[in-house]
Design a protein around this ligand. Sequence first.
Ligand code: SAM
Length: 237
Amino acid sequence: MSVIDILKAKATPYGIGISDDLSEKLSIYAKELREWNEKINLTAILDDEGIAIKHFLDCLLVSKAASFEAGMSVIDVGTGAGFPGLVIAAAHPDVRVTLLDSTGKKLKAVEAMAAAMGVENVKIVHARAEEAGKSPEFREKYDYATARAVAELRILSEYTLPFVKKGGSFLSLKSVTAKEEIGGAKKALGILGGEVEGVTEFTLPGGDNRAIIKIKKISQTSPKYPRPSAQIAKKPL
Ligand code: SAM
């Protein structure tokens, strides 16, 4: 079975359909990911089942915690090889997705992979989140921020919440540590203008547990945040 055949079979029980257009784009993504990974280290998960489930299905499940509507904007912070941002962009061509990372060579691969897939609704931004979050171009401009495998929630919230508009949400893709991380991030969320709205939990085929923490932006973030990287690391909120 190909990556796409596996994805189609495994996504059905979650109520996720894979259109012909998305199949074509993700099939190119899988091929490009393997080719680029020979040049630069993008991901350790490269087998058919792993790409289908741990990358594509995991990222598509974000739509269970969000309602992506035409014209909306999303920023994926620490996108790496494009997860979840490039998958969201491929699945929702009418949503604008900014893919941000501090590692330029990964973004070069992401830009080339998006072009090969024919995904045009992405913007690539090479910056550290805590610097871009200060810029009027990006600050409080997004309906959604997403992040997977970037940092502990308490720190990650300072990276991501400044990007989110009041009324928008930050979707944090986590695993078994979600409840613990929410406990540790309560104070930070209060300071940054966020509030946990809910947690969507599911088990991936194969048994890995996942949780999407939805944090609503209930008030503007003070211009004091995000602080410089060293301060965030030394004194998390
Ligand atoms: N989100 C992808 C995934 O789930 O496969 C990549 C995860 S990778 C472990 C973490 C990524 O976050 C790296 O590409 C790294 O360059 C990026 N990153 C870490 N801290 C960052 C920051 N402060 N600003 C921007 N990118 C950051």
